[in-house]
Design a protein around this ligand. Structure first.
Ligand code: ADP
Ligand code: MG
Length: 570
């Protein structure tokens, strides 16, 4: 006799995976442990790509940059309390940078946490996450997993993108429910980042201001790179003839070598322009808040701003023409406007910029050709500049102080979203997380150019890079320390200065320990050959590039941010 058929059941583990897959999320960046190990095992068994890291901050940074590159939220998964806190830094950083990501953390039992009875890894994670991200949700019932993940996805990518925290208590994963009902509870998010059209009156106002300009300038920010409106932006810039500046992660949106690029005449155009059109760039510290010495005479500027976030307008200075909407729609509207009648910017302005730019480029050129040993930053970066020029599709990850500031200026980018760096916070530690996700999401070769100090924050992930055999080439600019390697302990005591590391360290040996390729170079020519070979091989490689310990300046370009006191003045 046939037994009565058991109703098919599903559980929390399965529903989380089904909900993510239904919404096109196929990669997870994680560090396993209680209570999410089985979730990761099952996700892999179900065909998801699960990248397991050595520290949650790096998994979180990977998810964040996956979000920037794909416009889908990158998903990081961590254990409770300490794992969650480690991931939270990356979530806050993603939110600050307007990158869409979801941090999913397992958490301990609500009843015990709420009564503060001391559970394993007890922590009220939801409350802690809330002020540091765009939205935070907790799911207590398996039947709500579908809607919970849908909300998290929509919150991350709609409007101004950002980080979302999703709290999943351990008990949720083992909850069971009827499989058919579970399937019905899943939600496929329809149009997760809806177009937001600018008001026609706002577009008309912006065009009026732009047409009245004598010395106009466009500033493209990483919001413009994120928007993936590359063709519209190119058409607008080229049809209008407007000179443009690209913020760090917007570099390559148009080639840095474009005839209208004012990149090498930055201080000149910031000071002299009369109308500035901001496209997905905030007037924060990176643009001196839109005021002060670098912006020339007070009151000499009119700002037009395109941003999806209405609150961004007037955040630092008056915006005479706010255009609120998604960049693709806003630029398309401006383009339609200039098609109806437009006079290119005055010749004396554009010719002046070109002259300034060409002069600065010519001044820099001989420094970049130097093959001096020990290497200085310019000689080493001159070599890397050639490597990138020859491989315009490769993705450049960049962090450090001098290594960051000088690389940003020296290495031209040729295509959109190829430069990933420390972003709005200027944070150290994004290097290996970004490199891993860039390789996983795009399959393209990745070159990570790292200061020796910056590398230290995520260096253990070289094991991850080797384990997944990712096409990542890491170059360490090794000058034995932070900013420089020459500081000494003023007391003459045994301890080294807080600013220096073990001199002559061989970071390349770390890579060899995990089966990757290690190389050690001392001249720009050697560096060029080593990086070219590594990138062509596709093998995980770390190149220890010895830089003069005396090269480098305090805090790179932003030394002025160090507080100084009259008492301490030498
Ligand atoms: P950068 O550091 O390159 O200057 P920011 O991070 O300061 O760039 O600015 C990015 C801006 O882009 C943010 O204000 C954000 O709201 C905006 N943004 C992001 N995505 C879009 C989009 N799709 N449409 C319009 N604005 C966007
Ligand atoms: Mg250093």
């Amino acid at each position: 006799a046939a037994e009565a058929e058991e109703p098919a059941l599903t559980d929390g583990f399965q529903l989380v995976i089904d909900a993510l897959k239904l919404n096109g999320i196929s990669n997870l960046y994680a560090v396993p442990g209680i209570p999410i190990s089985d979730l990761l095992r099952m996700a892999q068994a179900e065909g998801m790509r699960v990248i397991s890291f050595r520290h949650e901050q790096n998994a979180g940074n990977a998810a964040a940059i996956a979000g920037f590159l794909t416009r889908k939220p990158g998903v990081a998964i961590t254990v409770s309390a300490p794992g969650f806190l480690n991931g939270l830094t990356a979530l806050a950083n993603a939110t600050t940078n307007c990158f869409p990501m979801i941090l999913i953390s397992g958490s301990s039992e609500r009843e015990i946490v709420d009564l503060q009875q001391g559970d394993y890894e007890e922590m009220d994670q939801l409350a802690i996450a809330k002020p540091l991200c765009k939205a935070a949700f907790r799911v207590l019932h398996a039947c709500d997993i579908g809607i919970g993940i849908a909300r998290a996805i929509r919150a991350a990518v709609s409007g101004r993108p950002g980080g979302v925290y999703l709290d999943l208590p351990a008990k949720l994963f083992s909850q069971v429910m009827d499989a058919a009902e579970g399937k019905r509870s899943l939600v496929e998010v329809i149009d997760p980042a809806p177009a937001q059209l600018p008001a026609p009156s706002a577009v008309a106002r912006a065009l009026d201001v732009l047409k009245g300009a004598k010395r106009p300038l466009v500033i493209l920010g990483k919001g413009a790179a994120y928007a993936q409106a590359d063709d519209e932006i190119k058409a607008f810039i080229e049809k209008s003839g407007l000179p443009f500046l690209q913020m760090s992660m917007a570099k390559g949106l148009l080639p840095d070598t474009h005839p209208q690029s004012a990149g090498a005449a930055r201080s000149h155009v910031l000071k002299e322009s009369d109308v500035v059109l901001l496209v997905g760039a905030r007037l924060n510290w990176l643009l001196s808040h839109g005021k002060g010495k670098s912006w020339g005479e007070p009151g000499s500027k009119k700002f037009i701003q395109i941003d999806i976030e209405p609150k961004e307008m007037d955040s630092n200075v008056e915006i005479v023409a706010p255009v609120v909407g998604d960049i693709g729609s806003c630029i398309a509207a401006l383009l339609a406007g200039i098609d109806k009648g437009w006079t290119p910017p005055p010749q004396d302005w554009t010719a002046g910029i070109a002259a300034k730019r060409d002069g600065n480029v010519a001044k820099m050129a001989p420094k970049l050709m130097s093959n001096a040993v020990p290497m200085n930053f310019h000689g080493a970066l001159g070599a890397l500049r050639r490597v990138v020029q020859e491989r315009p599709d490769a993705i450049l990850v960049n962090e450090g102080a001098n290594t960051l500031d000088l690389a940003r200026g020296i290495i031209d980018m040729h295509k959109p979203r190829k430069r990933l760096d420390v972003g709005t916070w200027g944070v150290m530690g994004i290097g290996m997380g970004y490199a891993v996700a860039a390789a996983v999401e795009t399959g393209l070769p990745v070159l990570a150019v790292e200061g020796d100090s910056a590398f230290g924050f995520s260096g253990m992930e070289v094991e991850t890079i080797c384990r997944y055999r990712l096409p990542v080439t890491i170059v360490i600019f090794n000058n034995n320390g932070i900013y420089r390697g020459t500081d000494v302990n003023p007391t003459g005591g045994e301890d080294a200065s807080p600013m220096v590391f073990v001199p002559g360290a061989r970071y390349d040996k770390m890579m060899e320990a995990f089966g990757g390729v290690g190389m050690h170079v001392t001249s720009p020519d050697e560096l060029y050959r080593a990086v070219s070979e590594a990138m062509d091989s596709g093998k995980p490689t770390l190149i220890n590039a010895v830089i003069d310990p005396a090269a480098g300046t305090e805090s790179g370009n932003i030394g002025s941010l160090n507080p100084t006191s009259a008492v301490r003045k030498k």
